[in-house]
Design a protein around this ligand. Structure first.
Ligand code: UD1
Length: 417
């Protein structure tokens, strides 16, 4: 087992470059199953989740080759065979193969992904969309099975703008007959990237980034090359790290527009933030100010930045309130922050965080990916040494996490235990 050792007290300074977005590459890799032609992706982040998704695609008969930042996917011989339940459990986003398999082969069988550390995470909206497109769905013995004679374009109203459901339905509808409208669609930038890739392989989709997406079914798809957009949550995490340490950093290779809600919150907390066309400069204040924050679908404040902003609140002057409206159990990191001396009270989906003067280093464990990031940020300012365990979560979604922080001057390293 490995853990991160973080010696707190160093103000971050310097420049860091954002990697490709985890939440863009995963659906786009799944989308490559739609075509029998070669797809080549660039700016692919070196993440555990990408490697697990390669295994999922390989299990379906696709060939994946990862060389540095370039990934090629050849799904010419793909088949809609059953995917190992273990892989589905390791990577929830592997459920994104459902839409492409249904679109190309009119069937799939995948293990039910179940809940996870941050909430129940049902699949009802994905399946409702597939049913409306004409699929028959069976949910039994822990599997979801779908079959259709043909898929017909239709109008789909999502009860909630789910990212995964929007992506799965978009991918299933690409080869359907006629026109599909997805209303109340999720508007995340990663959905725009998926649309751009799908259109490159021959799909006819418009509206991604707005709440209505229109997919005009096509008969044939080709191969394409595509460069993955930068990871806004990774960029946001480093900006938050600079803010909590009172440091001064420049984050390169990021579209500031995608982080507008996070930048606004960091400014409210007292940070000096300057967005440029593809870079963001941030100077942290000597003491952060308390703020209130509600997580919402994009363009609201992202739930994937909630543990990081909570880290900042633990040291801010005054009392902050977080309302977590996306995932019902996403506060497990609060008890770990409390072990470091934070003052946090949780009541349902609300956290009340009263800023303290200092945190102290101790042994803490990440319960999920972003919880790990939040705890690492707390470790950067805590007095003494913080030992962060649960790195299997962090490695799922941050490329060279400690190396990038070291580049900004942090005293952080990995050790075997
Ligand atoms: C994606 C992101 C994840 C992010 C989340 C919310 C990827 C690979 N993952 O996850 O990092 O935290 O968006 O921004 O892109 N829901 C239902 N029924 C459904 C589907 C979802 O009730 O059929 C609910 C979920 O339980 C949750 C909410 O909708 O409460 C949001 O989930 P969703 O947007 O689907 O998140 P994911 O796509 O799983």
């Amino acid at each position: 087992m490995e853990r991160l050792v973080i010696v707190g007290g160093k103000k971050l300074a310097g420049e860091v470059t954002t990697s490709g977005a985890k939440n863009a590459i995963l659906p786009i890799m799944a989308a490559a199953l739609l075509t029998s032609r070669l797809c080549i992706f660039d700016n692919v982040p070196d993440l555990l989740d990408v490697k697990v998704m390669c295994r999922v695609l390989a299990g379906l008969g696709a060939e994946c080759r990862l060389q540095g930042r370039v990934l090629t996917v050849d799904a010419a011989h793909a088949e809609p065979v059953e995917i190992e339940p273990d892989l589905i459990r390791r990577l929830r986003a592997s459920n994104l193969v459902m839409g492409p398999l249904l679109g190309r082969f009119q069937r799939f069988k995948v293990a039910y992904p179940g809940g996870c550390e941050i909430g129940a995470r049902p699949m009802d909206l994905h399946l409702k969309g597939f049913r409306l497109l004409g699929a028959r769905i069976k949910e039994e013995y822990g599997f979801i099975e779908a079959e259709a004679e043909s898929l017909q374009g239709t109008d789909i109203h999502l009860d909630f703008p789910s990212v995964g459901a929007t992506e799965n339905i978009m991918m299933a509808a690409v080869l359907a007959e006629g026109i599909t409208h997805i209303y109340n669609a999720a508007r995340e930038p990663e959905i725009v990237d998926l649309q751009n890739f799908l259109n490159k392989i021959g799909a006819r989709i418009q509206g991604a980034g707005s709440d209505t997406i229109t997919i005009e079914g096509v008969k044939n798809l080709q191969g394409a090359e595509h460069s993955i957009i930068p990871d806004r949550i990774e960029a946001g995490t480093y900006l938050a790290a600079a803010a909590i340490t009172g440091g001064e950093i420049l984050v390169r290779n990021i579209n500031p527009y995608y982080l507008a809600s996070v930048l606004a919150k960091l400014r409210e907390m007292g940070a000096d933030v300057h967005p440029y066309s593809t870079e963001i400069f941030l100077r942290g204040p000597s003491r952060l100010r308390a703020v209130d924050c509600k997580t919402l679908p994009y363009p609201g404040f992202p739930t994937d930045m909630q543990p990081q902003i909570m880290a900042l609140m633990t040291l801010a002057e005054g009392t902050s309130i977080i309302c977590e409206s996306i995932f019902e159990r996403r506060f497990k990191h609060a008890s770990e922050f409390k072990r470091m001396g934070a003052d946090i009270k949780i009541e349902g989906c609300v956290a009340v965080v009263t800023g303290v003067n200092s945190l102290s280093g101790t042994c803490v464990e990440a319960s999920d990916l972003r919880a790990g990031a939040g705890l690492a940020l707390a470790g950067l300012v805590a007095e003494g040494t913080t030992y962060l365990e649960g790195l299997q979560h962090l490695d799922r979604g941050y490329e060279q996490f400690e190396a990038k922080l070291q580049g900004l001057g942090a005293r952080i390293w990995r050790e075997k235990i």
